[in-house]
Design a protein around this ligand. Structure first.
Ligand SMILES: [Zn+2]
Length: 150
C-alpha cells in the first residue's frame, strides 16, 4: 500500500505543481504537504495566501516545522473561505464562548454538589433520632403512630 502511494506520488506532480501547471521537481517544497489526491487543499491555500508567499514561508522554516505550518495555513485558508470576515477567529471566539459557558456550568454544578453534601451531613445528624423512633415503634407497635406524633 505504501509502495503504491509512493509510486503514484512519484509519477504524478504534487497538487501545488499541478495547480500551477509546472513540473514537480524531486526537491519540490510543496510535494510532501500537498499530495496529488488533495487538490483543494493547495487551491484554498493559494487563493488566500498566494503560492509565492507560501513558498517563501516554507523555505524560511526548518523542515520539521513545515508540516505544522502547512496544516495551519490550510486550516486558516479553509476557514477564511468559509467565513471571509472572521476566518478562524470566528471559530476561536465561538469556542471561547463555549468554554466560558462550560466553566460557568461547572461552577454551578460544584456549588450544587457542595449544597447537597452539606444537606447530607445535616441529615446524618437525624439518623440516631430515626433509629430511636424505629426502636420505639418496634417496642410499642400498637400504641405509636408517627403521623400523629409529628
Ligand atoms: Zn511539486
Amino acid at each position: 500500500m505504501a509502495s503504491s502511494s509512493s509510486s503514484s506520488n512519484s509519477n504524478s506532480p504534487c497538487a501545488a505543481c499541478k495547480f500551477l501547471r509546472r513540473k514537480c521537481q524531486p526537491e519540490c517544497v510543496f510535494a510532501p504537504y500537498f499530495p496529488p489526491d488533495q487538490p483543494q487543499k493547495f487551491a484554498n491555500v493559494h487563493k488566500v495566501f498566494g503560492a509565492s508567499n507560501v513558498t517563501k514561508l516554507l523555505n524560511e522554516l526548518l523542515p520539521s516545522q513545515r508540516e505544522d505550518a502547512v496544516n495551519s495555513l490550510a486550516y486558516e485558508a479553509d476557514m477564511r473561505l468559509r467565513d471571509p470576515v472572521y476566518g478562524c477567529v470566528g471559530v476561536i471566539s465561538l469556542l471561547q464562548h463555549q468554554l466560558r459557558q462550560l466553566q460557568m456550568d461547572l461552577s454551578c454544578a460544584k456549588s450544587e454538589l457542595s449544597n447537597v453534601n452539606s444537606e447530607r451531613v445535616s441529615l446524618i445528624g437525624f439518623i440516631p433520632v430515626i433509629r430511636n423512633l424505629q426502636e420505639f415503634v418496634c417496642l410499642y407497635p400498637f400504641n405509636f403512630s408517627v403521623r400523629h406524633t409529628i
